[in-house]
Design a binder for this molecule. Structure first.
Ligand code: C2E
Ligand code: CA
Ligand code: CA
Length: 577
């Protein structure tokens, strides 16, 4: 079966054209071609329809291969361009390739043509896929996948930009943060699919209700935000509140069941309540918390509300106590090589063994710890515990690295470097037992300072991974500048691979792009064999997830090492089939 090929032939000789076509047919192609021999004719042909490839002579009476190449580039097309010539010397061939020709073939050596066509088509396809994936990754960094509204990054940046533009003049702006009351119940009773549908409709109604210049974002879960970057005199804040509430008032038809939704709205005003994006978000959050707690529907921030947050305050003081009294514990989740099917590392994940509340997951206390500076002693505790554990493993002959998560605040801590080197000295441990996980947004928060710390730690022997890749700025180009050798793909992409073709493309392209940059790739969130197999086919290097092993306390992990098919035991990895 021959492959259709739309080939534009730039050639003055009919005989040579016939040779070319014969060669292509012999190579398995069915060429739909057009022959041109002047610049005008080529222009016209290119405007008329799309081409897969251009095959061009080098020297023609009225035209030259280089001019043809120039035309393609002027049109901004990434079209494979192959020069076929009888007269061209090697130096000219090299010059032509430097100007952008993809290959040069001598007429006496025409049998090279079809393989070259095949290779160039494949590479062009890959370039297109990569470009598409990069655009998609970019989009995802700033838009919410469920509603396609701007996400937290985007609205945060817009708020910062708007503050920059205002430049201290103090023209008022308003930030609304809201969440749906009892959304979890709705989700649990109606199911995620209907819950998602409801969230999309909430987004749509908000968008309809607000002005075009206002920014409506989904912050995550059932949280939305609205930024009004220009608040005119007539737009009294209470009028806007009524507008938002009435937009959401009518019940939402979810598969014919009318669902009433109530929201709690927190409002922070610029410049009154803050002159930077962080403060404004924090204060809108506090106001929302008050609105929710007191069943007010909405609340504008007031400074005395800060103290109003007793739950958070209690948590903070308890956490300080917990760090000092060893109520924290580390769980370790294995990372498996997709090449050898064996465990090669673990990620240390902290939990809080609370005397009354039971096991508290990190999502509930890392954020508050970051906001209050408690993250510093917490990270120190984690690194010490992980280092101690590594030493025990080495003693037992277990040769694996432990990854530890660093927060953005850690990277900006001027004492971090000294603390870490001190830890190495006291514990007698070695930097290469450990790997440090950082996120792109942590680095981007203050790139220069962060880079400095990373480089110094790197010199000491620490290696770095980029965590949650795909949720941040995702600039692989920028990553090249960092002393990073591994990226970990955010688990939501991995989890959704079987259901969502987009996610699979993103994972595959991320792996390819990372490999091109010489980076190692870990996929997180591998929950079943299907995903494992897909990752393995894609060529991903390592995997982490519930399918192979959940995070476990060290004692239970030792048993996993012995018993799991991915562990150190003698059993062949057969448990996976
Ligand atoms: P992370 O760094 O992305 O850690 C991976 C999280 O994914 C862990 O949640 C892990 O239990 C979960 N996970 C692993 N495999 C699967 C899977 O197959 N499916 C699903 N659905 N989830 C999986 P965990 O332990 O609750 O940690 C949550 C986050 O808390 C971490 O996300 C990390 O950002 C933060 N964290 C945990 N420990 C520390 C720490 O010591 N320091 C700092 N700064 N942050 C930490
Ligand atoms: Ca991590
Ligand atoms: Ca992660």
């Amino acid at each position: 079966m021959s492959i259709p090929l739309r080939v534009l032939i730039v050639e003055d000789s009919e005989d040579d054209t016939a040779f070319l076509l014969r060669e292509l047919r012999r190579g398995g192609y069915e060429p739909a071609y057009e022959r041109v021999q002047t610049l005008e004719a080529m222009k016209a042909a290119m405007d008329r329809k799309p081409w897969d490839i251009i095959v061009s002579d080098y020297m023609m009476p009225q035209f030259s291969g280089l001019d043809a190449l120039k035309l393609v580039r002027e049109k901004g097309l990434d079209l494979p361009f192959i020069i076929v010539s009888a007269t061209i010397g090697e130096d000219v061939a090299i010059a032509a390739m430097k100007t952008g020709a993809h290959d040069c073939i001598m007429k006496y050596n025409l049998k090279r043509l079809s393989p070259a066509v095949e290779r160039e088509l494949r590479e062009a396809r890959m370039r297109r896929e990569h470009a598409k994936a990069e655009a998609m990754i970019q989009h995802m960094a700033f838009y919410d996948t469920l509603t396609d509204l701007p996400n937290r990054n985007m609205i945060y940046n817009r708020l910062q930009d708007a503050i920059g533009i205002d430049g201290g003049q103090g023209k008022p702006m308003a930030l609304f943060v809201m969440d749906l009351d009892r959304f979890r119940e709705i989700n649990d009773t109606l199911g995620h699919r209907r819950g998602d549908f409801l969230l999309r409709q909430v987004g749509e109604r908000l968008q309809k209700a607000m002005w075009e210049r206002d920014i409506i974002a989904r912050l995550g879960g059932d949280e939305f935000a609205v930024l009004m970057p220009r608040l005119t005199q007539s737009e009294d804040i209470h009028v806007v509140v009524r507008k938002i509430l009435s937009a959401l008032e009518a019940p939402f038809p979810v598969e014919d069941i009318p669902i009433a939704v109530e929201v709690s709205l927190g409002i922070a005003l610029y410049p009154e309540h803050g002159t930077d994006a962080d403060t404004l978000f924090q204060r809108a959050d506090i106001a929302m918390y008050v609105a929710k707690k007191e069943g007010l529907g909405h609340a504008v921030y007031r400074s005395d509300q800060d103290r109003h947050n007793p739950r958070k305050l209690a948590l903070i003081s308890e956490l300080r106590h917990a760090i000092e009294h060893d109520e924290l514990v580390l769980y370790y989740q294995p990372t498996i090589s997709l090449k050898t099917n064996r465990v090669i590392g673990v990620e240390a994940l902290v939990r809080w063994q609370h005397p009354n509340r039971g096991m508290v997951p990190p999502d509930q206390f890392i954020g508050p710890a970051e906001q209050t500076g408690l993250i510093h002693p917490l990270t120190r505790w984690v690194m010490e515990a992980a280092m101690r554990q590594c030493r025990e493993w080495r003693r037992a002959g277990v040769d694996i690295t432990a990854s530890v998560n660093l927060s953005a605040r850690n990277l900006l801590d001027p004492k971090l470097f000294d603390r870490v080197t001190e830890l190495l000295r006291v514990s007698g441990g070695s930097a290469d037992w450990m790997r440090l996980e950082i996120t792109e947004s942590a680095v981007m928060a203050e790139p220069i300072r962060a880079m400095e710390v990373l480089l110094r730690l790197h010199e000491t022997g620490f290696r770095f991974s980029i965590d949650d890749f795909g949720t941040g700025y995702s600039s692989l180009a920028y990553l090249k500048k960092l002393p990073v050798d591994t990226i970990k793909i955010e688990r939501s992409f991995v989890i959704n691979m079987p259901k969502n073709a987009n996610d699979e493309v993103i994972v595959r392209s991320t792996v390819e792009l990372a490999h091109n940059l010489g980076l190692n790739v870990v996929a997180e969130g591998v929950e079943n064999k299907d995903v494992w197999d897909r990752l393995s086919a894609i060529g991903c290097d390592e995997a982490q997830g519930y399918y192979m092993g959940r995070p476990l306390p060290a004692v239970e992990l030792a048993r996993w090492f012995n018993e799991s098919p991915w562990g150190f035991g003698k059993n062949e990895p057969s448990g996976r089939t």
